[in-house]
Design a protein. Structure first.
Length: 631
């Protein structure tokens, strides 16, 4: 075989084949390698070959961070996992927008300006107390979402185009009548049951246990009577809060920061404005003249309405509240009680009247000096922390101990013996060199570290942390004498539970032998209840224990079952079954149809977007996505 191959390699055919293989590798293989090596792709993703830039991803992620921060307030934590999830969400949203844009261009769909304008005016969230479109609410929405008016209108236009595509695809999608009828019969099914409840608290007092029984119970249930795992560890932490104590901020630095951040300490001028918005320039000019001449607001509003527009009070706004530069310039150039000339925007022609002016205010440097000093110290400390972390890593790699690097570089240091909850063997909280909010992340890192591993500095939610686990004390069964009272209480509770379980099992067995549950309960000296119209809905009134609902609807007529509940046991027997009646519940039927139709439409949307993504050859750059997720 080898001889034949060598003979073949010497032929002209094999030589031509090798040349072709080399050329193809050079054209496709080496070319791709060279491009990746010398000109790496810096886009976050590519949709139909077009790049999604890193700057687009940063802007989208910033909006997502702001939205989450507003929703969660002080509970929002900017940790690596959240940043990664937000980065993926931001990129996916941009990709989705691009995919839909590609499809709208392919279909040559267009959304006219009038449709966008009418849609904006119809959004309920932009309506004031009078039910009319409020420019102030609209501008507030833009500020809160870090959007310019032009960007918002572009997004809205793309969404309207997407709706055209989605509505065309999902048109006619409806759940079959047979499906809705059968599902409603199942959902509205009702059952009459006999119920016997056996709470543990009502169980008879068991005979006093012997010492041997308690000893055996103690040994057979180590989880209940064991100490937790303890770890003895030395931890060193490097945080901005610690390093800020070393930082000296001069008065000159504070003054420079004040000048650079003056906008944070200034309250801008605010004006109470009234606005008229009409689609025609000539009508706007007539209204401006009438308003300047002293016409009352009611007359101006009527004139605006007749011109196909509206008049409304914007309330108090600053320049940022009017993001269109021409509108802000006109409104803030007019004197108090003055009326502006008509100004055009994408929504039409605006005329403003300045009702009142509130002058801006500025907090002096003396008032914010210490706040600025603390902020600058934290910022400088954060920079120092990153620089010092490299030095600490080098020192640890060179064999330095944690106490040595802590002393040399000003790290917080502690040697503790703790459980996973931060409690020592004495049951008291151990002292850790971090603030209270960072205790949980530091404890998590301690219990993830390996015993005997050389300490390494790692970035965690608690800051830069190095951990050396010196000893691990595994969970151990506490001596019987130390926990005898707890063992006795647990044994008594367990005996009562067993007693109620045995009574429930006896009732269930009696029903299998032909007795009704009510008869079996009476024979055992127990009470029973007859409960009618039990439904599957877990939100209904607690007529039966929630744990009983699912198994109850799996039974046939006159069958029984038993379940363990939160406080004991329950036994139930089905006495009657009444399927739902679609004819008698037309309202429920229509509601169910709507829910099913919506579910079908959502499934169609998901399938459509999947198909469009595949057609657009979406490719996400993992390396750049990792960069986007970095703080």
């Amino acid at each position: 075989m080898l001889t034949a191959l060598r003979r073949l390699a010497g032929t002209w055919f094999a030589k031509v084949l090798f040349v072709l293989l080399i050329l193809s590798f050079a054209i496709w293989g080496i070319g791709d390698m060279a491009r990746n090596l010398f000109a790496p792709d810096t886009s976050l993703a590519r949709v139909a070959g077009q790049p999604v830039t890193f700057e687009e991803g940063q802007a989208a992620m910033r909006r997502e961070m702001q939205r989450l921060s507003r929703q969660m307030g002080g509970q929002f934590e900017n940790d690596p996992r959240i940043r990664r999830a937000l980065a993926e969400q931001a990129v996916d949203q941009i990709v989705l927008d691009r995919v839909l844009r590609v499809e709208t261009e392919r279909l040559k769909l267009a959304v006219p300006d009038a449709a966008v304008r009418d849609y904006v005016f119809a959004i309920p969230g932009f309506h004031g107390a009078d039910g009319q479109f409020s420019q102030a609410l609209f501008q507030s929405f833009l500020r809160n979402n870090d959007l310019s008016e032009a960007r918002f209108l572009d997004l809205l236009r793309a969404d309207l185009a997407r709706q055209q595509i989605a509505m065309a695809v999902r048109s006619g999608a409806a759940a079959p009548t047979l499906l809705t009828d059968r599902l409603l019969r199942w959902l509205d099914e009702q059952r009459d049951v006999t119920l016997v409840s056996l709470p543990i608290a009502a169980a008879p007092e068991p005979p006093a246990p012997t010492e041997a029984q308690l000893q055996r119970f103690h040994e057979n249930n180590p989880d209940q009577f064991s100490s937790p795992e303890y770890r003895e560890a030395t931890v060193a932490v490097l945080t901005a809060a610690l390093l800020s104590q070393e930082v000296t901020v001069s008065d000159e630095d504070v003054a420079a920061a004040y000048e650079a951040r003056r906008g944070q300490f200034e309250t801008p001028e605010r004006r109470r404005l009234t606005q008229v918005l009409v689609p025609d320039a000539a009508k706007a000019q007539e209204i401006a003249a009438a308003w300047t001449g002293g016409a009352p607001f009611d007359a101006i509003a009527a004139q605006a309405k007749a011109a196909g527009g509206e008049a409304l009070e914007l309330g108090e706004v600053d320049r940022a509240g009017l993001p269109v530069p021409e509108l802000a310039e006109a409104a803030f150039a007019a004197p108090e009680s003055g009326v502006t000339a008509p100004v055009q925007s994408p929504f039409g022609w605006h005329v403003f009247r300045v009702e009142a002016i509130e002058a801006g205010q500025s907090r002096p440097l003396a008032e914010v000096r210490e706040q600025l000093r603390r902020d600058l110290a934290q910022e400088k400390a954060a920079d120092i922390a990153f620089e010092r972390a490299n030095k600490v890593e080098d020192a640890l790699a060179g064999g330095a101990t944690l106490p040595e690097v802590a002393k040399q570089f000003g790290l917080g240091l502690a040697t503790v013996e703790t459980d996973a909850n931060g409690l020592g063997p004495d049951g008291k909280p151990v002292a850790l060199p971090v603030i209270e909010a960072s205790r949980a992340p530091l404890l998590k890192a301690i219990f993830q570290a390996e015993r005997g591993a050389a300490p390494r500095l790692q970035e965690t939610e608690a800051g830069f942390v190095a951990i050396e686990v010196r000893k691990i004390v595994p969970p151990a069964l506490r001596p019987f004498d130390a926990v005898e009272a707890a063992v006795r209480a647990a044994w008594t509770l367990d005996a009562r539970r067993h007693a109620e379980e045995e009574r429930a099992a006896a009732l269930l067995q009696a029903t299998k032998e032909g007795k009704s549950l009510a008869e079996a309960a009476a024979a055992a000296g127990l009470g029973s209840r007859e409960i009618g119209a039990v439904r599957r809905d877990p939100q209904q009134e607690a007529a039966v224990p929630r744990e009983l609902l699912a198994p109850l609807f799996e039974l046939k007529l006159h069958e029984a079952t038993m379940v363990q509940t939160r406080d004991g046991f329950a036994v139930a027997q089905v006495q009657a079954i009444a399927p739902g009646d679609p004819a008698a519940d037309q309202e429920g039927l229509e509601r169910l149809k709507g829910q099913l139709n919506q579910a079908l439409a959502q499934d169609i949307d998901v399938a459509l977007l999947g198909a469009l993504r595949a057609r657009s050859d979406v490719r996400v750059n993992p390396r750049m996505l990792d960069s986007l997720a970095q703080p």
